[in-house]
Design a protein around this ligand. Structure first.
Ligand SMILES: Cc1cc2nc3c(=O)[nH]c(=O)nc-3n(C[C@H](O)[C@H](O)[C@H](O)COP(=O)(O)OP(=O)(O)OC[C@H]3O[C@@H](n4cnc5c(N)ncnc54)[C@H](O)[C@@H]3O)c2cc1C
Length: 397
């Protein structure tokens, strides 16, 4: 007997990640663009430790810099899955270019859209969409990044508004940004109830941006930021005073989606470099791809990537369906995808043998870059904690 069921109003929680025809076209267009316009230049920027500002500018006319922002301000107004596809395809080619898209849409401008006043949106969003204002999210401090309720950057009430003092570290894009989203506290003793988010112009008096030398991603110019009694008006507060924690939660929820999509792109790149190498390279008179131990690595790389991709686009569909809280699914996607990217980079190096370490081959660069995403936007330990605590009934979704 035929069974009829009502059409589901939300996607099921099982994996279903087929893209629509339009989303497939987005994938093909971004892939072609990234291979033609970005890939040939990435190694030069890295060697010269130069921020790829010129490459980032190329995103603007195609709508790839701000796909998720409202069309009214010059954004693309795209769905979340398409946004993920753009992040994945850009990250397949360059960590930094993909990172600027992810920080802008998920963390900074996305928060202005969700929690800003009309005046804040009018002030900041048009410049962000036309590429004249890059953004940075300043959350992590020298004393720690995982426990955001322990933030020490202090905002004190003054007659004219606020005085901001404190330090941030590891801040991507800050050296080139025209807007900083800053997590501060109005009372450290209040922990998460004191956290307040500020929109800060980096040219304000008392803001000092310094260089943070890194072992990898030298082209990202990661920064330290010191705030020394920076005077801010009330119009710099995003949302309400003491209500910054939920703003950061919403931003990081979307951030974890875009970071996970980026990790899938990096994991895919390791496969795309390894398959032709295994097909061409010979040892013992045979192509190395004929050896079962090389085949096993390729099979594992493909399965890891597909598993991660399923979790990522399921999460995107949940967000497109308007599901408010997806933090457990975001943790699952981000954890799985970031570890897949690192594992794939390791396997890709092994398949390349000595050339895996040669500056002429891309796979060596992929490894440290992939590993950073097991730390940024919540470490793997933090995500395992979220997933397990939910399973144990110790936290909500
Ligand atoms: C390339 C790169 C780019 C970055 N960009 C930005 C940026 O743009 N903006 C920004 O604000 N930050 C940025 N960061 C910082 C990043 O978000 C932090 O490094 C991260 O949140 C971890 O904070 P931490 O380094 O202080 O480590 P800590 O919080 O000190 O943690 C150290 C270790 O202890 C573990 N740990 C902590 N708490 C627990 C727990 N409860 N249970 C189990 N283990 C635990 C962690 O998982 C980690 O392994 C970036 C980092 C990197 C590497």
């Amino acid at each position: 007997m035929p069974v009829t069921t009502a059409a589901p109003t939300v996607p099921s929680r099982t994996a279903d990640f087929d893209l629509t025809g339009e989303q497939r076209q987005v994938r093909a267009a971004v892939r072609e663009f990234a291979e033609r316009e970005i890939l040939p230049f990435v190694e030069d920027y890295e060697r010269e430790e130069r921020y790829p500002a010129e490459l980032i500018r190329k995103l603007v006319p195609l709508g790839y810099l701000t796909p998720l922002l409202p069309e009214a301000y010059g954004g693309g107004g795209s769905d979340v899955v398409s946004y993920g596809v753009i992040c994945e395809e850009l990250a397949r080619i360059d960590w930094v270019v993909a990172s600027v898209v992810s920080v802008t849409n998920s963390l900074v401008a996305g928060s202005v859209v969700r929690f800003g006043t009309d005046a804040q949106r009018d002030r900041w969003l048009p410049g962000i969409c036309d590429g004249s204002v890059l953004t940075a999210a300043a959350l992590t401090e020298p004393g720690g990044g995982s426990d955001l309720a322990a933030v020490q950057t202090r905002a004190e009430r003054t007659a004219a508004g606020w005085s901001l003092s404190g330090s941030k570290v590891f801040i991507s894009h800050a050296a080139h940004a025209g807007l900083l989203l800053v997590a501060a506290t109005v009372d450290p003793a209040e922990r998460h109830r004191g956290v307040t988010v500020f929109l800060v112009d980096p040219r304000a008096e008392g803001v000092e941006i310094g260089d943070l030398p890194m072992r990898t991603l030298k082209r990202d110019n990661l920064a330290t930021i010191h705030f020394d009694r920076v005077a801010l008006g009330d119009d710099a507060v995003l949302g309400e005073v003491g209500r910054g924690f939920p703003i950061l939660g919403a931003a990081l929820d979307m951030g974890r989606f875009s970071v996970a999509a980026r990790c899938v792109g990096q994991a895919q790149r390791a496969i795309d470099l390894s398959v032709p190498y295994a097909t061409e390279r010979e040892a013992f008179g045979r192509r190395i791809g004929e050896f079962q131990m090389i085949q096993q690595k390729l099979a594992d790389m493909i399965c890891r990537t597909e598993s991660a991709r399923a979790l990522v686009y399921r999460l995107g569909r949940m967000k497109d369906a308007g599901m408010e809280r997806c933090s457990v699914e975001a943790s699952m996607a981000k954890l799985t995808a970031s570890e897949a990217a690192t594992a794939n980079a390791l396997d890709a190096i092994q398949i390349h043998g000595g050339y895996g370490f040669s500056a002429e081959y891309e796979v060596g660069r992929l490894l440290l870059e992939a590993k950073t995403l097991e730390v940024g936007e919540g470490t793997s330990e933090l995500h395992r904690r979220v997933i397990a605590e939910h399973a144990l009934g110790l936290r909500g979704r």
